[in-house]
Design a protein around this ligand. Structure first.
Ligand code: URA
Length: 210
């Protein structure tokens, strides 16, 4: 049961000092991802921002609050899902990820997907959607649709940060979260084993995150 957690932990140790692209020089902490190693639902965002970089945890800023509210709207908490990003290290000034960086980090994300083996992947915004689905189409065309990728369901939705600039977009996200709930309920996709709660950070800090 804790096999995935152990594998994820080992994988974290293997990449925590990653220097596969130049972002290691400017980052504070590598943001591996957090949540339940046995999650059936995995979220993939873009890249750590300022707060994530300082804390070493994904979605801890204002976009994270939006994500928490959306999770609560379908009766989920962070310890039932897994949250990761396309990039593990913050791009300076939160600029868009560069193709070289995405290429260098892609294998890390795909390994996480392989270990966690979620039934449903929800991609947050353009960057993770294009990477996971392998398309250059924009998020407006793709959001709310369900794709099959290597036997998993992939549902792209708007990035929660979009709501911070366009509050009216919240209802679109709410609607898409209802769709995620339906997908989860279709069968009982959630694994039967008890959910292991996220423990407080131990040393090294990120080990408490999953
Ligand atoms: N935005 C993201 O895409 N990821 C984070 O971790 C935080 C904000």
């Amino acid at each position: 049961m804790d096999e995935r957690r152990e594998k994820l932990k080992d994988f974290y140790f293997s990449i925590r000092d990653c220097r596969d692209c130049a972002l290691w020089k400017t980052k504070t902490k590598l943001v591996f991802g957090s949540g339940n190693a046995n999650a059936k639902l995995m979220f993939i965002g873009e890249a750590p921002g300022k707060h994530e970089d300082l804390q070493g945890k994904p979605f801890v800023g204002r976009a994270g609050q939006v994500l928490d509210n959306l999770l609560a709207s379908i009766d989920l908490t962070r310890d039932q899902v897994f949250i990761a990003n396309v990039l593990k290290c913050r791009p300076p000034q939160n600029r868009d990820p560069r193709p070289l960086e995405v290429g260098a980090c892609k294998g890390h994300l795909l390994r996480q997907v392989e270990i966690i083996d979620p039934t449903i992947i929800c991609t947050l915004g353009k960057h993770s959607t294009q990477l996971i689905i392998g398309t250059s189409q924009g998020i407006t065309k793709l959001r709310g649709k369900v794709f099959n990728q290597d036997g998993r369901m992939v549902i792209p939705i708007n990035h929660p940060a979009a709501v911070l600039y366009h509050p009216a977009k919240y209802h679109v996200l709410e609607k898409d979260f209802q769709k995620i709930k339906k997908l989860l309920d279709q069968k009982d996709h959630r694994r039967q084993e008890p959910v292991k709660p996220v423990s407080p950070p131990q040393k090294p800090e990120q080990l408490g995150l999953f």
